[in-house]
Design a protein around this ligand. Structure first.
Ligand SMILES: NC(=O)C1=CN([C@@H]2O[C@H](COP(=O)(O)OP(=O)(O)OC[C@H]3O[C@@H](n4cnc5c(N)ncnc54)[C@H](OP(=O)(O)O)[C@@H]3O)[C@@H](O)[C@H]2O)C=CC1
Ligand SMILES: N[C@@H](CC=O)C(=O)O
Length: 427
């Protein structure tokens, strides 16, 4: 494929599909035209000639005049059929569908090898931020210790709107949907599942570890309690949904998506609205920070455009780390986190799950909380984690290897300061 002859078979003409059309019209130096567009809804009005559109997947995949398939639909199962169908036909693919990728990553890596056909997906992790290719290429020799970031634009938009602009959760989510940031099923965003899917992609390119999404603990932002928000305000901390993957000294990797309290001087504290921010920690380059728009039509399409351009110079992912580190695994049993758990009179967390409890507190108005240290595995398996009225937020310390240090040495003991309340043990 050369830069003057890119003929695109596009699937999806929603937020990102239309964003791509806009971007291509304004892009000098790359002559790409959309030859056919596969969509679903026969009743929708379209702003391009009707003959461009089809409702038959194979009409696009089998069209010999098209030399690349761009998959931008919101149905992960159909996206899987499109992407595998295209690869089996030897057609290069660009996709933004992180759910489909995370659910089938191992198979898609093998299929690229079998068919000798590239599949690129820069837009699928952090939208406009060039993270996948950087992790794959720039850090191919500098050993990464950790990637940590805000990798879902909608939840960051919602948290920003709630805390800076005093919007309700429902109003903030509605705006994120209107602006085209949220998934068609916004539960994927607000339950932390979209961030988890993206973390699967980051793990593969940062560490060479192909994980199943269901093996990574993900807690979203729907359960964040008023007490947790008050705690954040009281301590001058900022609430963010943070995905983190970190090498542990024993050779494993800890990974999780958790609502997290971030110190105001931390890079992630200043990531606002639909922006994403990703911190890489590596042996030689040390700490680096990527910041940019993590959702939206044109920013996302810019990453699709970059993938199209990369295809013209023969670029494909080599999954370099996968070959370097074939035995690396997630080891949640070796990792722990410091957390704040808030709860009501009805359900309480099981004290035995914590390796250390730093503080209990009862606010007459807002309920109970405790802060403590808990193994990632214990947390993932805790039945109480999903009970109504219980909310968990990570304290501003990184995931780390399990320590045997006494509670007082595992971190500062925080003291609550609501004047009328008292520290009590409800457990
Ligand atoms: N929005 C964003 O900011 C970002 C989105 N993404 C990802 O990009 C993809 C597209 O998202 P977005 O543009 O927001 O979604 P939209 O809901 O705006 O658009 C979805 C498009 O997919 C089409 N579609 C749905 N099902 C089928 C099907 N079975 N066959 C053919 N076409 C189908 C729809 O067709 P019709 O027009 O007929 O309804 C529509 O054109 C998703 O995977 C999303 O996760 C990635 C990064 C950022
Ligand atoms: N819904 C996603 C869109 C981009 O990936 C998000 O909000 O981050």
């Amino acid at each position: 494929m050369n830069r003057n002859d890119i003929r695109i078979g596009l699937f999806g003409f929603g937020v990102v599909g239309q964003g791509l059309h806009t971007v291509l019209e304004r892009t000098p130096g790359l002559r790409a035209r959309i030859g056919r567009i596969g969509v679903k809804d026969r009743t929708k009005a379209r702003n391009l000639p009707a003959e461009l559109f089809t409702f038959d997947r194979d009409e696009v995949l089998d069209d010999p005049t098209l030399n690349v398939i761009v998959e931008l639909i919101d149905d992960a199962d159909e996206a899987y059929r499109i992407v595998t169908g295209a690869l089996r036909r030897g057609k290069a693919v660009v996709t933004a569908n992180k759910k489909m990728l995370a659910e089938h990553l191992q198979e898609l890596i093998e299929l690229q090898r079998e068919t000798n056909t590239p599949l690129l997906y820069e837009a699928a992790a952090c939208a406009s931020l060039p993270v996948i290719r950087n992790l794959e290429e720039y850090y191919d020799t500098d050993l990464l210790e950790a990637v940590e970031g805000i990798i879902n634009g909608s939840t960051n938009y919602i948290l920003t709107a709630m805390h800076r602009d005093a919007l309700t959760f429902a109003a903030a989510l509605r705006k994120a949907q209107e602006l085209g940031f949220a998934e068609s099923n916004p539960a994927l965003d607000v339950e932390g599942l979209d961030a988890r899917n993206k973390l699967v992609l980051l793990l593969a390119h940062a560490f060479g570890l192909v994980a199943r999404p269901e093996d990574i603990l993900a807690v979203g932002i729907t359960g964040i309690s008023d007490l947790a928000s008050s705690y954040a305000r009281e301590k001058g901390l900022v609430l963010k949904l943070v995905a983190e993957a970190r090498r542990l000294p024993n050779g494993g990797v800890a990974a999780a998506v958790l609502p997290t309290l971030v110190r105001p001087e931390h890079e992630l504290a200043r990531v606002q609205d639909e922006y994403n921010g990703l911190i890489t920690q590596s042996n030689f380059a040390d700490r680096q920070f990527f910041l940019g728009k993590g959702a939206g039509a044109v920013p996302t399409a810019s990453a699709v455009l970059s993938d199209l351009s990369a295809l013209t110079y023969g670029y494909r992912y080599e999954y370099k780390k996968l070959h370097q580190e074939s035995t690396l695994a997630l080891t949640p049993t070796d990792a722990e986190a410091d957390v704040l758990v808030t709860f009501g009179a009805e359900h309480a967390p099981d004290r035995a799950d914590f390796s250390a409890i730093h503080e209990y507190f009862h606010s007459q108005e807002l309920g109970y909380y405790l802060t403590g240290t808990i193994g990632l595995d214990q947390l993932a398996q805790a039945a109480w984690l999903r009970l109504p009225g219980i909310s968990i937020v990570r304290l501003p310390t990184p995931l780390r290897a399990v320590t045997t240090a006494p509670a007082s040495e595992t971190g500062p003991v925080v003291r609550a300061a609501w004047a009328t309340d008292e520290a009590v043990s409800p457990l």
